[in-house]
Design a protein around this ligand. Structure first.
Ligand code: ADP
Length: 628
């Protein structure tokens, strides 16, 4: 029972008609949408690609890759690219082609491809030969065919040829230009019929070179033997890489294994003329893949778009701009000045600067900042040194002024100390005069008196010498000192004063010499100040308790001068202040003595401290670093 009858039997005629109309409309609409979609995407186009040797056989594999990529990119239609390889072409003795023809025939019978694309001369020959059997009406693009191998007789209006020209003379000119000492070129080429054709062609084409270079042909060798020879070539020999589809031993080489093996062992540079081999070869003028594939893609797209193949013509493609592999130039010490002008150099090692630009910039910046910092620090150090020298200078001046005032306090005692020897000198001189007036003067006695006079004079000049030395205005001057001598000198200056004031001033020297680095006059001044302060402190004490004792001892690696007295000591509240400038508890005091003493000691990298003694009195301790 038909569907129409079924509908008619279960519902009224008018309803069935309405439903049928709706169904029809839906069908029409969906049909229109499918057509619109197809025309937007275009019809599927079938492209048959025929390779000459194998799908991975260089250089054609590189052309095929680039052409397919171009087609995928530019085609307005979805593409079905079907690839086949004409394996028979690479046999030394071409085998029967019939089975392959049958295979293609059965594949495409009744459904021929939209276009046939042959890559390389053997494939071009094949499609031309079997056109009638396989695809009588299909347009063909015969690409990457050396112009000498184009079979023009069998070309039809349905064919487009993209031909190339291998200019062997240009290749050899290049070899002799970049390596002018070349004497021999070892020719690496296989043994297929195509390769044999090229051997004859190259020989013919290079005839004008005459004896300039000799050619050694490796076409009769198994490739293993080629490798052995290439590893031991004599000097001034280069290798020329033609093709290696199959060697004399019948071994087939796909991909670029053969060339890579040769490159690995050869002791001479390799030259070629195909971009596909660039990377293992030195370079020069060469056939560039890009130009040929661009033209091929252009032809295919135009034909698929409906253009007549007869109207599509291209000039034969010549070698492109010479290009060289920088790594090979380095390896074989080929000077860039030998290259033709306008050549391109590829794979140049970017060098340190290009590779590590940011790191280098960073390091340079760090060094710059560091240099800046160092110079600022050096400048600061210099300023500090100048400031230190200046402050020592000020200290020397201040200390000098302080010494004047200290010595001023001692004036009376000093006058007394001078008067004593001067008085004795006078008395002794008068006595001697009287004795000389006598009839028989006792010469021994007189000699003794003169001895006394000399001693007294020396005592007086010693007092003056000490005074001079303590009062002289000297810059801060560091010398190696024996601390004992320095302390003794200071005590010498005040001994008479102590005597006059009935103070017992004692000195306990160190058991061995203590050496310090310092300014003798300034250290004396410190000791002098402390002794005078101590003598001031004991001034009001009981006669029997007026004692000032000085001692110099070694404490570890420091020399210590201790000045102790039997005075009242320092009020505990003042202990922290006595070294402050202008701190004084004396009515006439300036309060600078201890401040200056502390500054001097610290300029000597030493310390000064004070404490009260348990049995009364104060003790000042100065510690200075011992030098040896
Ligand atoms: P000045 O002697 O002019 O007062 P100094 O700086 O030499 O200045 O002394 C500061 C103060 O430290 C003194 O006024 C005194 O009060 C106290 N002083 C210093 N040495 C002693 C000491 N041996 N015993 C007690 N007090 C001291």
């Amino acid at each position: 029972m038909s569907g129409r009858r079924l509908i008619a039997s279960v519902m009224p005629r008018s309803v069935a008609a309405a439903l049928l109309g709706l169904l029809l409309a839906v069908c029409l609409l969906s049909g229109a949408a499918g057509a619109a979609e197809r025309s937007a995407r275009g019809e599927l186009k079938r492209v048959l690609v025929l390779h000459s040797f194998g799908r991975e056989f260089r250089p054609w594999s590189e052309y095929a890759r680039s052409i397919k990529a171009g087609l995928e990119q530019q085609s307005r239609w979805p593409l079905d690219i079907q690839e086949h390889a004409l394996l028979s072409a690479r046999f030394n003795n071409p085998g029967p082609e019939a089975p392959f023809v049958d295979y293609l025939h059965s594949l495409y019978e009744g459904a021929p491809p939209d276009i046939v694309l042959s890559i390389g001369a053997p494939a071009a020959r094949f499609v031309q030969r079997y056109r009638q059997t396989l695809f009588p009406d299909t347009p063909m693009v015969l690409t990457v065919v050396e112009q000498r191998l184009v079979n023009r007789l069998d070309l039809t209006d349905n064919d487009v040829v993209v031909s190339v020209h291998n200019d062997f003379m240009a290749v050899f000119d290049n070899i002799l230009r970049v390596l002018p000492d070349t004497k021999t070129v070892a020719m690496v080429i296989g043994a297929s019929p195509l390769e044999k054709f090229w051997i004859d062609e190259v020989k013919r084409e290079l005839k004008p070179l005459g004896n300039r270079v000799s050619l050694t042909w490796y076409s009769d060798l198994a490739f293993d033997e080629v490798l052995k020879r290439a590893a031991n070539l004599p000097p001034n020999t280069v290798l020329f890489w033609g093709l290696m589809s199959v060697d004399a031993a019948g071994i087939v080489y796909e991909g670029d294994i053969a060339l890579r093996s040769l490159h690995a062992v050869a002791n001479a540079p390799i030259f070629s003329y195909q971009e596909a081999f660039f990377g293992s070869t030195v370079g020069g003028p060469m056939q560039l893949t890009g130009e040929t594939s661009r033209k091929t893609v252009d032809a295919v797209i135009r034909i698929l778009g409906g253009e007549k193949p007869a109207g599509i013509k291209y000039e034969t493609i010549e070698f492109g701009t010479p290009r060289y592999d920088w790594r090979e130039l380095q390896r074989w010490s080929i000077s860039e000045s030998n290259l033709p002008p306008g050549s391109e150099i590829m794979f140049r090692d970017p060098g340190l600067w290009e590779t590590y630009r940011w790191q280098l910039l960073l390091i340079a910046a760090v060094i710059l900042v560091q240099t800046g910092l160092i110079s600022v620090l050096l400048h600061e150090r210099r300023r500090r040194q100048v400031a230190e020298v200046e402050s020592l200078q000020r200290l020397a001046e201040l200390a000098h002024a302080n010494r004047y005032s200290t010595v001023g306090e001692l004036t009376t005692s000093i006058a007394h100390e001078l008067n004593q020897p001067l008085g004795s000198i006078l008395t002794n001189a008068e006595t001697a005069e009287l004795m000389l007036k006598g009839a028989s003067p006792d010469m021994d006695e007189i000699r003794q008196i003169l001895g006394d006079i000399r001693r007294d004079d020396q005592r007086a000049s010693e007092v003056i010498r000490r005074l001079r030395s303590v009062l002289k205005k000297t810059p801060f001057e560091i010398k190696n000192l024996k601390l004992n001598d320095t302390v003794r000198e200071a005590i010498g200056l005040v001994a008479a004063v102590a005597d006059g004031r009935r103070i017992a001033l004692t000195y306990v020297p160190p058991s061995t010499d203590l050496h310090v680095k310092g300014d003798a006059v300034q250290l004396q001044q410190v000791v002098l100040n402390l002794i005078i302060n101590a003598m001031d402190a004991v001034a009001d004490a009981d006669m029997r308790k007026r004692e000032v004792s000085v001692a110099t001892v070694r404490v570890g690696n420091r020399a210590e001068i201790k000045i102790a007295d039997t005075g009242p000591g320092i009020a505990s509240g003042d202990l922290a202040n006595v070294f402050n400038p202008f701190f004084s508890t004396k009515p006439q005091g300036m309060g600078m003595g201890l401040a200056i003493a502390k500054t001097i000691v610290e300029a000597h990298h030493g310390t000064i401290e004070v404490e009260n003694l348990p049995w009364g009195g104060a003790v000042f301790s100065i510690r200075l670093p011992i030098t040896r």
